[in-house]
Design a protein around this ligand. Structure first.
Ligand SMILES: CC(C)(COP(=O)(O)OP(=O)(O)OC[C@H]1O[C@@H](n2cnc3c(N)ncnc32)[C@H](O)[C@@H]1OP(=O)(O)O)[C@@H](O)C(=O)NCCC(=O)NCCS
Length: 145
């Protein structure tokens, strides 16, 4: 078995990442539309967008970001055929190391209610469930015109 390589996203990974996300995140809402999300991430801390490659194939991703107070992690996903080989663990480690280098002390992330496998994965990676209420608001150009 080839050792998985975790590295920053490159432009020619685009189609493979879109295909992977379609398989791994089939129920994403339209505001997480993959194309736009990739384009935007490449304008903000693009070096915190990681892919994992096994035998030339992109099998996992993680997107991280640091806002100056907290680190955030999104799009942690592994292709079904490559699960339970430590791929996501490698990706999280890369994201955490890069966030720490920017001065980040604490990472937050959200898991949809009912995604118990993901919770188990994050607990194994050292995360704990915190009693918080998660709020959000859609903002953007359309709302201020
Ligand atoms: C959650 C997910 C990212 C884990 O990816 P992975 O590459 O299989 O995870 P790893 O192999 O690095 O797992 C590391 C450890 O996490 C825990 N873990 C991972 N998947 C688990 C599962 N389904 N159930 C219980 N524990 C799990 C285990 O302790 C595992 O170590 P072990 O295999 O030696 O027991 C993957 O199942 C996935 O892509 N799920 C769909 C997308 C998703 O829900 N992403 C999270 C969004 S918040």
């Amino acid at each position: 078995v080839t050792t998985p390589i975790v590295r920053p996203y490159q432009e020619n990974d685009h189609d493979a990442v879109i295909a992977l996300w379609a398989e791994v995140f089939p129920d994403e809402p339209e505001w997480n539309q993959s194309q736009g999300l990739i384009e935007l991430k490449l304008t903000v801390q693009p070096h915190l967008f990681f892919v994992c490659v096994v035998e030339g194939e992109i099998v996992g991703t993680t997107i991280a970001g640091f806002d100056g107070v907290r680190g955030w992690v999104h799009k942690v996903g592994t292709s079904p055929a490559h699960r339970r080989f430590g791929i996501a663990r490698h990706l999280m480690r890369a994201a955490e190391e890069s966030l720490a280098r920017l001065g980040c002390h604490k990472v937050n992330l959200q898991v949809r209610d009912g995604n118990d496998n993901a919770v188990e994965f994050y607990k194994d990676a050292g995360y704990q469930v915190e009693q918080r209420v998660s709020l959000s608001k859609h903002i953007g150009v359309a709302s201020v015109i």
